[in-house]
Design a protein around this ligand. Structure first.
Ligand code: CTP
Length: 405
């Protein structure tokens, strides 16, 4: 699918990274009009934008006035992406100013808008910026959370532009969703997703783990961000790149996952436990590497049961109306079929929705595809045919959105 994309660039040092984003758009066949601000042109000149987009570039409403560009560019767009979005640009957009070509374009565009803020941590955390971001999100603008890391100069913290490849992924997801008739229905919502598999250490080098890759959890986080949510991803040993615009908290053990999930769920509208926590951990963790035994006997392994995070989240909801979702990788056994066992698990966990995978044969792990049935506590069951993990993620969010007040 190719689209008419407006790439707005405001005046921050991360403007140079927007060149790579532009290339990704043009190489995928999109028709891109770059609209920099005057300040952005002090970082990257119009010759660069013009050469990379194959089009004339201007920051002013006073150029080519007969073409009425301050209105036409926005009207014709299928998607507007502003990267980087500075604190000043967010403020002007939130207040509906139209004092240059980019802000005029934002007022005339009726298509989805994605903003990727980049600024110093203090500016991002300032109540004025926070209020502007909340205003934009409430209007359905997809405002990505900045990444953490090195900022301009020697300092580091929250405020980095997410990687261009990740902004591009979000933009593609927003375009696909718009083409399918969906919008930013999670705008203004906070959601928490867990992903990956925990490790329970026996000693400094060995652990008990599982085969969860984190692909489904990352797909859920990406899909929620593309639908406008503010997303926290608690990632247990996930070796995939951080999804753009998502706050990522990395953990290793079930105890750490437990702690971070409870903290993140405290102000969340929805919580999805897509991670595979270990049910048991070694009762004692050896400080030193456990040695082979000269007499050839096996070392005893005593295990202690871990907390059931999902059950706890479902039982103690700190936000009224919070929607809690679990995943269950099931195989049928002598006591029941996959669906019978899953219904019983849904009731036992006390969650609102349970996404059930039939894993007889180990088909799901590490695969880009998935197939599931989503069972609801209200008795509903939605069959999701075999398809991408991204497609399943959207059906999960459809079900969550339908249950949010
Ligand atoms: N889960 C959890 N905490 C645990 C174990 C599982 O929160 N200690 C969550 C998983 O993230 C998943 C759901 O519970 O969303 C179901 O996981 P599963 O392993 O199927 O549940 P168990 O209670 O361990 O059931 P079983 O006895 O079938 O292993």
């Amino acid at each position: 699918m190719t689209a008419r994309v407006v790439l707005g660039v405001s005046g921050g040092i991360a403007a140079y990274k927007a060149c790579e984003l532009l290339r990704r758009f043009t190489e995928s066949g999109h028709d891109v009009t770059v609209v920099p601000t005057a300040a952005a042109l002090r970082f990257v000149g119009s010759a660069t934008w013009s050469a990379l987009s194959g089009k004339p570039v201007s920051a002013e409403v006073w150029d080519d006035v007969h073409e009425v560009r301050h209105v036409r560019i926005g009207q014709a767009a299928d998607l507007v992406v502003v990267a980087p979005a500075t604190a000043d640009l967010l403020a002007r957009a939130a207040h509906g100013l139209a004092d240059d070509l980019l802000t005029s374009t934002l007022l005339t565009a009726r298509c989805p808008v994605v903003m990727a803020p980049a600024m110093h941590t203090e500016m991002w955390e300032h109540p004025a910026t926070a209020a502007n971001v909340a205003t934009l999100r409430a209007r359905g603008v997809v405002v990505l959370d900045p990444a953490e890391g090195r900022l301009t100069g020697a300092d580091s913290g929250k405020g980095r532009l997410p990687e261009p490849a990740e902004i591009f992924e979000v933009a593609q997801a927003v375009l696909a969703r718009d083409a399918a008739g969906g919008g930013a229905d999670l705008a203004g919502r906070r959601v928490v997703v867990s992903a990956g598999g925990t490790r329970e250490y026996l000693d400094p080098v060995r652990f008990l783990g599982n085969r969860s890759s984190g692909l489904q959890g990352v797909a859920l986080a990406r899909a929620a961000a593309a639908r406008g949510a503010q997303v926290t991803l608690v990632a247990a040993n996930v070796s995939l790149p951080d999804p753009g615009g998502v706050r990522v908290v990395r953990v290793e053990t079930t105890a750490q996952l437990h702690e971070q999930m409870l903290a993140a769920a405290a102000d969340a509208d929805a919580v999805v436990m897509a991670a595979a926590p270990a049910d048991f951990r070694p009762t004692a963790v050896s400080d030193a590497k456990i040695k082979r035994r000269a007499d050839g006997t096996a070392a005893p392994l005593e295990l202690t049961q871990n907390p059931d995070i999902l059950r706890e989240l479902a039982a103690h909801r700190s936000v009224p109306g919070q929607v809690v979702v679990g995943f269950a990788a099931e195989t049928g056994d002598a006591t029941g079929s996959v669906l019978e066992l899953a219904r019983a698990k849904l009731a036992r966990k006390g969650c609102d929705l349970l996404v059930v995978n039939d894993v007889s044969g180990g088909a799901v792990f590490g695969s880009p595809d998935n197939q599931a049935v989503i069972l609801a506590a209200d008795g509903a069951a939605v069959e999701v045919p075999h398809g991408s993990k991204a497609a399943l993620a959207h059906v999960v969010w459809d079900q969550v959105a339908a249950r949010l007040g």
